[in-house]
Write a protein that binds this ligand. Sequence first.
Ligand code: NAP
Ligand code: HSE
Length: 428
Amino acid sequence: MSQPLRLGIAGLGTVGVGVVRIIRKQAALIEARTGRPVTITAVSARSRDKDRGVTLSGYAWEDDPVALAKRDDVDVFVELMGGDEGPAKDATEAALASGKDVVTANKALLAIHGQALAEQAEAAGCLIRYEAAVAGGIPVIKALTESLAGNEITRVMGVMNGTCNYILTRMEETGNGYNSLFEEAEALGYLEADPNLDVGGIDAAHKLAILSSIAFGTKIDFDGIQLEGIERVAIEDIRAAADMGYKIKLLGVTQKTGRGLEQRMMPCLVPQTSPLGQLDGGTNMVVIEGDAVGQIVLRGAGAGEGPTASAVMADVCDIARGLRGPVFGQPAETLEQTTPASSQRPAPYYLRMALVDKPGALAKIATVLGEAGVSIYRMRQYEHSDTSAPVLIVTHKTSRNALVEALANMDKTGVLAGEPVALRIEEV
Ligand code: NAP
Ligand code: HSE
């Protein structure tokens, strides 16, 4: 019989327990597909006594994930704790230093320390595999590193945070603000240990940074991402966008330009009828454009126990089969240093503002937009209170600089009752 592939799993939360369940349930299937048994030698978590709903009695227990990572009877260290510092980083480094392959779902760790870890892994002849780190159950890492390896990638975009998409969808369905929908998302196992990583857009930006590196052969540049979360998306924007035929999504876009690497993760409007506009709940979607393949769209569960554990198991099975390759699709030392570039590509914008209700107010706004070269495509004024009038404007395509100039000048007109909201409308 072939030698078993022996795993040490650190982290027995949503994802870790999911992996244990699959290995117990699908042992025969996995062995048939990989040609060798996949077994668990040892596990680690913070609390040994917690009931996790799975049997752990056959596995050795380590309080310290670093000790687990160094065990002689572990071939692959599976890091499912999370966090870009502390035990996740220490244990991953220890595993690589001990010559072990690593499987992780930890996008934060890779987005911050991916380059150094990849260099360490490749110098030691080890693997780091991380299919679960981006878009949960969607096989996007494999798609980029393997299936599309013959393409020059021109653009990658997507909705990559299940929590945000769930909250935005439920805001539209229920009319409630995002705060009140946290608990629902939490019950589904979507939330990061620190939910600010989700609603602040940071988790999705971690994922985008990883995809940029693979797609464009560049060193991960998380700090170069133009980042904005969903905290400021108001229920009024959800309603107004719907009224104009759009949905609001936390959308990531990355593309290489002559000026550098453009990476942005921010709330955008997309047409209701587009594939991204029809993406509801915790579902993720990644759109990849390549010179030979054209556009492909990957859609599926982006978070939760089963989908994420499924992606971890894809990596484990590849290692069991003996598939090896560089961490980010090409050797880490050949990845290029990038320069961050802000978007110069003109786009239509959605503007929502409250105007003081007096003659000439709207005319002043139209003048300011016209003077900055921003052309109005559609406009609506809604029923208003005694003192202010809500106005919605969709512009023709305009540069970000022209829009910024118009917004600055609007502030000086004296007719705004509150700060205007400006969101990019993305062509998808
Ligand atoms: P989780 O439910 O919070 O579980 C984390 C696990 O790590 C817990 O078992 C915890 O132990 C253990 N842990 C934390 N600190 C530890 C330490 N110092 N020493 C030993 N064990 C420690 O997290 P999760 O949702 O499974 O996520 C795990 C990883 O997968 C994260 O990197 C996350 O970003 C990523 N991910 C999650 C999802 C998802 O849908 N949940 C999807 C994709 C990727 P205790 O149980 O004893 O507290
Ligand atoms: N918190 C993440 C999400 C988990 O909501 O998408 C998956 O990475």
